[in-house]
Design a protein around this ligand. Structure first.
Ligand SMILES: Cc1ncc(C[n+]2csc(CCOP(=O)(O)OP(=O)(O)O)c2C)c(N)n1
Ligand SMILES: [Mg+2]
Length: 631
C-alpha cells in the first residue's frame, strides 16, 4: 500500500492520530512518500519542520528515509570542499533556497553564495554558469536512481511502515518552479508550446497512451493486469435473519442496550458471525459492545495474556482471531478504519460486516473521515450512542443536537433512529443484509439512546397493524404507533379535531403522554414513530424530483399516505435540532410546529431539560393546540 502526500498536508492532525494508534503499528506493507517541496498553498514553509516530523514518525515505530540530494550534488559533495558546500546548502533558509530557482547565471551565483564561507565558494568556483542552476536544484526526489534505492529499502523492511521524505521542487520543469505564488499559476500558451517542444509532444500526441510495444508500455500493461480484480460476485451467500430477538422484554429497555443484545445475538448466528467486525474509539464497553467482545475476542496480531480472565462481565481476550478492533480515543481513526473495513470486499475480496460505535456528539469529530469513507463507496454500520440530551445529568458537553441533520444529509448513508427494540432489531438486521447483498450506498447510521422505554406501545402497534405491515413500515421510515380513534372511538364519532404527533427515538413517551392528555381535551392525536427520517424524506424528495424533471404533478409516497392518512396539522418532536423534522409539515401540506433542542450545553435531569426545550407532554399538548390554531 503506497500513498503519496504533500508536505504541508503533514500539518493535518488526523495523520498523526492515525500513525500514533497502536492498531497501525507494524504495517510492513505500507509506504508513504512525502513530496517534500517545502511549499504549501500560500507560502514557502518557514523553518523546515522535517526534523520534528521525522522524529514523530520514528517515535511511532516507522522507518524514515530521507532522499535529499540527487546524484550530481552527491558527487560534488565528495570533491574538494564538498562538505562545506553540503553544510552551506543544509544551513540555508528555505526561503533563500527556493528563491534561487527563478535565477540564472551570475545572478544565481551571487544569491547562492551571499554570505557563504570560502569553502562553499571554492566548491562551485569551477562550475560554469550553465551548469550551476541544474546543480543547485539537484534534489533527490527528482532523481530516479535515488528514489529507486529508497523504494528498495522500503520493500526490504517488512516489520514496520516506511516514510520517504523525497526533496523536490514545486513546479519542477515549469517556468514557475519554486515561485512562492506558483500554487495556482497558469502557464501562457507560449510556455505550454515551449514545454511541448521540450518534451517532444505535439497537440496531436499529448494525450496518447504510452506505446504498447515499448518497455514502458509493456510494464504499464503488466501492472494493469496485476491490479485488475474481478468485481465482487454480487452478494454474500449468507442470509442475515430478519430479526434476532424473539419478543420485546417486559422491562423498559434503551436502544443502546438493545443494540448490544442484538449484536451479541448475531454473533451466535454461525453464518453471520464470521463476517462481523466491531470497532470503537475506547467506548466499546460504554456503548454495550461487551457482550460481543466476550464472545468474539479482541484482535491482536499476537496472543496476549489476559490478566483479568476471571472477570465475569468482560473478557478482554486478545488474539489473532479476535473480531473487535479497539482504537484509542480518535473518532477520526474510527471512521478511517470503518471506511477501509467497508471496502475490504472491493479491495481484498474479503466481505465483512463492519459495525462501529461512537458517542453521538463525537460523530462530528470524525466527520471528515466519515464523509470520505462513504464518498469512496464504503459500506458499514455506525451506532452513535448516547444521542441527544438524555445524558444531560452527566453534563452539557456530552449532548448531540445537530447529528440527526448530519445523518440525513450524508449521501450514501441512511439515518435511522428507532425507539423500540423490535424496530431496531428489524432495521439493524435489514441494514446488515443490504451490506451483505453488496447494495451500493448501504451504510447506516443508527442514532441511539440510553433512555429505557416501555416496550408495551410497540407490542400494541404490532397487534393492531400485524407483524408484516409493521415491519414494512418500520423499514420504510415510520408507522402509526398510537391510533387515537382505535384507542378512543368516541373521538371519531364526535368529529374531534385531529392532530399528528410525529416523534423519533427517546422522546416517544412524551408524545404518547401528550396524546392521552389531548384525548381528554377532545382532540384526536395520532402518534407516528419516525424510525428513519432519512427514508421518509428520500421518498418525498424523489417524488418531487421526478415531478420537477418532467414538469408534472409529483408522486406522493405511499408510506406518507399510510402513516398520515388524515390531512391534519402536525407537531414534530425530536431530541435533536428542531429543523431536522420540520419539513414534515411541508410534505403533508399542513401547519407544523417543530419541537426540538436548539440550544447547547445545559446540564440537569432529563425532565429538567425536556422542560427547558418544550419537550414535555404539556408542551407537546400546547404545540398541538397551536398547530390546530394555525390551520
Ligand atoms: C483539508 C484541506 N485543506 C485545505 C486545502 C486547500 N489546499 C489545497 S493544496 C494546499 C497546499 C498543499 O500543500 P502541500 O501538501 O505541501 O502540497 P504541494 O502543493 O506543495 O504539492 C491547500 C492548503 C485542501 N485541499 N484540503
Ligand atoms: Mg508542499
Amino acid at each position: 500500500f503506497i500513498a503519496f502526500m504533500g508536505d504541508a498536508e503533514l500539518d493535518e492532525g488526523n495523520i498523526w492520530e492515525a500513525i500514533a494508534d497502536q492498531a497501525t503499528q507494524g504495517l510492513g506493507n505500507v509506504t508513504w512518500v512525502v513530496d517534500f517541496n517545502r511549499q504549501s498553498l500560500d507560502r514557502v514553509v518557514p523553518g523546515v519542520k522535517v526534523h520534528q516530523w521525522q522524529v514523530q514518525f520514528l517515535a511511532a515505530g516507522w522507518q524514515v528515509i530521507e532522499v535529499k540530494y540527487g546524484r550530481k550534488l552527491q558527487a560534488k559533495f565528495k570533491e574538494e570542499h564538498g562538505e562545506d558546500l553540503r553544510a552551506w546548502i543544509d544551513a540555508m533558509p528555505n526561503e533563500q533556497y527556493q528563491s534561487l530557482f527563478a535565477l540564472k547565471g551570475e545572478e544565481l551565483r551571487q544569491r547562492f553564495l551571499e554570505g557563504a564561507p570560502e569553502g562553499a565558494k571554492a566548491a562551485v568556483a569551477g562550475v560554469s554558469d550553465e551548469d550551476l542552476a541544474p546543480l543547485v536544484k539537484d534534489l533527490g526526489g527528482h532523481d530516479l536512481a535515488s528514489m529507486l534505492e529508497a523504494y528498495r529499502q522500503a520493500d526490504a523492511t517488512t516489520d514496520r511502515p516506511t516514510v520517504i521524505f523525497a526533496y523536490t521542487v514545486k513546479g519542477w520543469g515549469l517556468p514557475s518552479a519554486g515561485n512562492p505564488r506558483n500554487h495556482s499559476a497558469l502557464m501562457s500558451t507560449e510556455q505550454v508550446n515551449e514545454m511541448r517542444a521540450r518534451t517532444q509532444l505535439t497537440m496531436a500526441t499529448e494525450w496518447d497512451r504510452i506505446p504498447e510495444d515499448t518497455a514502458a508500455g509493456r510494464w504499464c500493461n503488466a501492472r494493469a493486469q496485476h491490479l485488475e480484480r474481478p468485481r465482487p460476485d454480487g452478494h454474500l451467500s449468507i442470509a442475515v435473519p430478519e430479526r434476532v430477538e424473539t419478543r420485546s422484554p417486559s422491562k423498559p429497555i434503551s436502544t443502546q442496550e438493545g443494540f448490544g443484545r442484538i449484536v451479541t445475538s448475531l454473533s451466535r448466528d454461525e453464518a453471520v458471525a464470521k463476517y462481523l467486525v466491531t470497532t470503537a474509539p475506547d467506548v466499546a464497553t460504554s456503548t454495550n459492545l461487551a457482550g460481543f467482545i466476550n464472545r468474539a475476542g479482541v484482535y491482536s496480531p499476537d496472543e496476549i495474556r489476559d490478566w483479568n480472565e476471571d472477570d465475569p462481565m468482560l473478557k478482554w481476550s486478545q488474539h489473532p482471531q479476535g473480531q473487535h478492533i479497539e482504537l484509542g480515543i480518535s473518532e477520526m481513526n474510527l471512521f478511517l478504519l470503518l471506511g477501509q473495513l467497508g471496502l475490504s470486499w472491493d479491495l481484498s475480496n474479503q466481505p465483512l460486516l463492519p459495525i462501529g460505535t461512537v458517542y453521538d456528539p463525537f460523530v462530528c469529530r470524525g466527520l471528515d473521515a466519515f464523509i470520505y469513507g462513504t464518498y469512496s463507496g464504503s459500506r458499514f454500520i455506525i451506532a452513535g450512542t448516547p444521542a441527544g440530551v438524555t445524558l444531560a445529568p452527566e453534563g452539557g458537553a456530552h449532548q448531540s443536537t445537530i447529528t440527526a441533520s448530519i445523518g440525513m444529509e450524508l449521501p450514501g448513508v441512511t439515518f435511522i433512529e428507532p425507539g423500540y427494540l423490535g424496530a431496531l432489531d428489524w432495521l439493524l438486521c435489514d441494514s446488515l443484509q443490504r451490506i451483505a447483498s453488496g447494495e451500493t450506498d448501504s451504510s447506516a447510521y443508527f442514532r441511539l439512546s440510553t433512555r429505557p422505554l416501555d416496550q408495551a406501545p410497540f407490542e400494541a402497534a404490532r397487534t393492531r397493524l400485524g407483524e408484516k405491515v409493521l415491519r414494512r413500515q418500520v423499514l420504510a421510515g415510520g408507522y402509526r404507533l398510537h391510533d387515537a380513534f382505535a384507542a378512543r372511538p368516541d373521538l371519531r364519532e364526535s368529529n374531534a379535531p385531529v392532530v399528528h404527533l410525529a416523534a423519533s427515538g427517546a422522546v416517544i413517551p412524551e408524545a404518547l403522554a401528550a396524546a392521552a392528555e389531548l384525548a381528554d381535551e377532545g382532540v384526536a392525536a395520532h402518534v407516528v414513530d419516525v424510525t428513519s427520517l432519512d427514508r421518509l424524506y428520500a421518498a418525498w424528495r424523489s417524488g418531487l424530483a421526478a415531478g420537477v424533471r418532467s414538469a408534472s404533478v409529483p408522486a406522493y409516497p405511499l408510506i406518507l399516505r399510510e402513516i398520515f392518512p388524515e390531512k391534519a396539522p402536525v407537531v414534530t418532536i425530536h431530541d435533536a435540532a428542531s429543523h431536522a423534522m420540520a419539513w414534515i409539515g411541508s410534505a403533508l401540506g399542513v401547519p407544523a410546529v417543530p419541537l426540538g433542542v436548539d440550544k447547547f450545553g445545559q446540564s440537569g435531569s432529563v425532565s429538567e431539560l425536556y422542560e427547558l426545550f418544550d419537550l414535555t407532554s404539556g408542551s407537546i399538548v400546547n404545540a398541538a393546540l397551536a398547530a390546530l390554531a394555525l390551520e
